[in-house]
Design a protein around this ligand. Structure first.
Ligand SMILES: [Zn+2]
Ligand SMILES: [Zn+2]
Length: 176
């Protein structure tokens, strides 16, 4: 189900609130360059295919399913790309912390931050327009770590999904 309501917001990136330090400020190219540097630091190889999957996500600026990515890449000229190739590229990008997976939507989103692979990330998902913002919280991370260690549980990076309404939708209710 392609959310047709997401389109209306995609053109005006900046909204009424000027204090948007969690916004995707980087252009797709900047995002890719930052990712390439992160890979270099970790000794990982950003192949053309991985790079192109990232570029598709960067240009979309919103979560995409694996098959959305596949069809974008097919349009870009990858004639015989198998779904498994996209999944492999996504697995790599997930492990590297460059991309996150939104369980609830079975979709992938480019990480706008340069944080470690095992970071705890929080997604604020707007149920009205589909906008997704990523936030980091040392407090939440600390709380989860304490719970885990109490249970002698080895915690991996967590993705927390919060649902509600974004600032834009609160200030200007849209007709669905
Ligand atoms: Zn992230
Ligand atoms: Zn919204």
């Amino acid at each position: 189900m392609a959310a047709n309501s997401t389109q209306s917001h995609s053109h005006h990136g900046h909204d009424h609130n000027g204090h948007d330090h969690h916004r995707h400020a980087a252009t797709p190219e900047e995002a890719l360059n930052a990712a390439a540097k992160t890979c270099e630091k970790q000794g990982l190889r950003l192949t053309d295919q991985r790079r192109d999957v990232m570029l598709a996500l960067a240009e979309a600026g919103k979560p995409l399913g694996a098959y959305d990515i596949l069809s974008i890449l097919t349009l870009k000229g990858y004639k015989k790309l198998a779904p498994v190739s996209v999944y492999r590229a996504l697995d790599f990008l997930l492990d590297a912390g460059l991309v996150h997976r939104l369980e609830s939507r079975n979709a992938f989103i480019l990480c706008p931050h340069q944080h470690g692979a095992n970071e705890t990330v929080i997604f604020l998902i707007c149920e009205s327009c589909g906008r997704v913002e990523e936030a980091l919280s040392e407090e939440v991370k600390g709380t989860l770590s304490r719970i885990a260690s109490h249970h002698h549980f080895a915690l991996k990076g967590q993705v927390i999904e919060m649902k509600g309404q974004c600032a834009v939708c609160i200030s200007q209710p849209m007709v669905a």
